[in-house]
Every structure is written in structure tokens, then in C-alpha cells.
Design a protein around this ligand. Structure first.
Ligand code: CUA
Length: 378
């Protein structure tokens, strides 16, 4: 019989639906690995995300009240006024001015309230507060994030470092496709559009690591274009900057690290840069990496790096565009790299992140030496 499911809801069906919804909700609370940081728009830390969260809650509360009222009326009507065998047709109405005015005016008022708080929020996030600030250029590549600090002339990848309680002015660049910069707990999404340089700002009020990701479909590995924001005290940030400005450590001649440096010079320098490291006998082509990527990538005469600058690779907490955690402690014993993510990545980059630009064919002994070298770049 038609609609019999709704006339006589089966207890097992209601139970199944309830359990299914519970599973969906559990999915919302999933914790990210610690290296990635908090991945939530509800636990915010900073004026931009706070303002966005406020708007979210206002709309959620209004929508929930409306939902409960409408569903209550609906369910009561279905149960109380359901037709039974032999019942006559109900009395037919046409038009009710009072009801029609009410259901036009009330939603209009609600929408005006939402419009008001939205406009207020727009002004809040467009007003950059006065005080301490730094500038970071966030360059979207396929598929990783490059961060360049024009005030300090340093470049890094996968982790955006910034001091706490400081305005971070972000300039967004891309020379390929559209990406979108998003740190859920700190700031909403803004697109990186080729040829249209967007800007945005955010500020973090608590030190910690915050998850970030690309929020615009940008190709096969869009889902693997993560990064994080490492928010530090001003002192720790200054130390980080000073370290980043140093040239790379040159390995001792004859060491495993020196072997790795040589392999790096042969196999990796088409795409990657390491500042300040010249391997004897090789040219200096790969001693680069501190060029402003927004300029270098726009100018065909400049060397825009295809892959990240690795000058201080050992300090990074994510690798391969955020697809792997940099578990450095598992990479320090050259005779046992079975759990080292860097070794796994070097052995099979196309298996881990199909379609990325890294096409290498390295022997286990090459990988051993390369891991030793890269992990020495403190
Ligand atoms: Cu870059 Cu999605």
C-alpha cells in the first residue's frame, strides 16, 4: 500500500535512522593529528574567526528555533489530523489575511536581523586593527603552500609561522589555478586567484598549531593541499626568523650527509632550492630559494621554484604539501627508516600523492643518504 512506511513507521527504521545521524555527527568531531593542529570553526582564537563564529551561532539559533516550530506544527498536524477510514472531507479554506501577513512580515524581520549582523561582521573583518603586524605572501602551488616573508626575506612551505597577538597581513598569489586560503580556527576562506592578488588579515590570540587547508578545488590533489599556522610567542618567532635567515649547514666531507647533498645536487635541484649550500664541483643554480615567489613566478626570467625551498627542512612539521607528518624522530637512524615518512615519500611520491610534480627514481642507498642530508638541515 502506498505510503505505508510513513503511516506505520517501523521502530527498527527509526532506530537505524537515528544511529545513522549519530554517526554523521560523530564525523564532525574528528580530531586532526596534533602536527596539523585544531581543525574547527567553533573553537576560535582571534578576532576574524570570532566574528565569523558569532554570525554562525546567530543564524544557527534562529534557524533551530524556526525548525523546531515548523516541525512541531507539522508533526502534530500529521498525527492529529491524519485521515481515517470513513472520515468526511475537511472544511476547505481560501485565504486568511492575518496568517498571510504574519508569515510574510516575520520572515522579513528575521532576514533583516541576519542582514544587520552580517553587515556588522563584514565591517569587523574588513577593519585591520592598529598595532604590531607582519606580512606573509601565501603562494598557492599545485599542491602545496609556499610562505614568503618580505620583511625578513625568507621562504618556507607547509607551515605559516607568526607571533601571537600580531596582525598577519596575508597577500595571496597563484600563478597556476585558483586556490583558497583557509585556517578554520583563525580566519575564513579567501581565494588565491592568478592575476588578481587578494589580501586578507588575521590574528591569533593563543599560541599553538592551527590547521589550514586549500578550500577551492584545484586539481587531483586538492584534498592533499594542507598546511598549518604555527603561532608562537614573539621571542620564539624571532628565534625562528633568525634561524631561517641562516644559510644551510654544509655537511662534513665524506659523511653520509655529504653523499646526500651530492645526490640532491643531481636529482632534486631542478625543482628545489637550498640557500647557501654549494656542493664542490657543481654549479650554483640551486643556491636559491629566498626570491619573492610572487615576483619570481610571474617573471619567466627568474627562477620560480617548482618545489619547496628546503633550506631548513629539518624544522618543518609537515612535508609533501601536508599529506605527511614530518616524524623526524623516525628518520634519524639511517639503518632503520621503515617508519620515516620522508623516506616513504622519497621512495614513492607518486604512490602517496598521484599527479604531483615529483618524479624521482631513487635507490634505497640514495634515499638513506638524502634523508640523512635533509634531516641535517636545521
Ligand atoms: Cu589548492 Cu585546492
Amino acid at each position: 500500500m502506498r505510503n505505508s512506511l510513513f503511516r506505520n513507521p517501523k521502530p527498527w527504521l527509526m532506530l537505524f535512522t537515528g544511529v545513522l545521524f549519530a554517526f554523521f555527527l560523530v564525523g564532525c568531531g574528528e580530531d586532526s593529528p596534533a602536527a596539523y593542529g585544531a581543525h574547527t570553526t567553533l573553537t576560535t582564537s582571534g578576532p576574524v574567526a570570532d566574528s565569523e563564529r558569532f554570525l554562525y551561532y546567530i543564524i544557527l539559533i534562529i534557524a533551530t528555533v524556526i525548525f523546531v516550530i515548523v516541525e512541531t506544527v507539522l508533526i502534530v498536524s500529521i498525527i492529529r489530523f491524519r485521515s481515517k477510514p470513513g472520515m468526511p472531507n475537511p472544511r476547505q479554506n481560501h485565504g486568511n489575511l492575518r496568517v498571510e501577513v504574519l508569515w510574510t512580515v516575520i520572515p522579513a524581520l528575521i532576514l533583516f536581523v541576519i542582514l544587520g549582523v552580517t553587515i556588522q561582521g563584514l565591517f569587523q573583518v574588513s577593519t585591520v586593527p592598529a598595532g604590531k603586524s607582519i606580512t606573509v605572501e601565501a603562494v598557492g602551488h599545485q599542491w602545496w603552500w609556499e610562505f614568503y616573508y618580505p620583511e625578513y626575506n625568507i621562504t618556507t612551505a607547509d607551515s605559516l609561522h607568526a607571533p601571537v597577538n600580531t596582525v598577519v597581513n596575508v597577500k595571496l598569489y597563484s600563478n597556476n589555478v585558483i586556490h583558497s586560503f583557509w585556517i578554520p580556527a583563525l580566519t575564513g576562506k579567501t581565494d588565491d586567484i592568478p592575476g588578481h592578488n587578494n589580501t586578507k588579515w588575521f590574528e591569533a590570540n593563543q599560541t599553538g598549531v592551527y590547521y589550514g587547508e586549500c578550500a577551492e578545488f584545484c586539481g587531483a590533489q586538492h584534498a592533499h593541499m594542507a598546511f598549518n599556522a604555527v603561532i608562537d610567542t614573539q621571542d620564539n618567532f624571532n628565534t625562528w626568523v633568525t634561524t631561517q635567515q641562516q644559510a644551510a649547514v654544509v655537511p662534513a666531507p665524506g659523511s653520509l650527509e655529504a653523499q646526500g647533498a651530492k645526490i640532491f645536487g643531481n636529482a632534486c635541484t631542478i625543482c628545489h632550492g637550498i640557500v647557501g649550500h654549494g656542493v664542490p664541483g657543481s654549479d650554483t643554480k640551486y643556491i636559491k630559494g629566498y626570491d619573492d615567489p610572487s615576483v619570481a613566478c610571474a617573471d619567466p626570467n627568474k627562477a620560480c621554484l617548482v618545489g619547496p625551498n628546503l633550506t631548513h627542512f629539518a624544522q618543518r612539521n609537515l612535508i609533501a604539501g601536508g599529506v605527511l607528518i614530518h616524524n623526524r624522530d623516525k628518520c634519524l637512524n639511517p639503518d632503520n627508516l621503515s617508519d620515516c615518512n620522508l623516506a616513504k615519500w622519497l621512495a614513492n611520491p607518486q604512490g602517496i600523492k598521484p599527479g604531483n610534480d615529483m618524479n624521482v627514481n631513487l635507490s634505497p642507498s640514495d634515499i638513506k643518504a638524502l634523508v640523512a642530508y635533509l634531516e641535517s638541515l636545521n
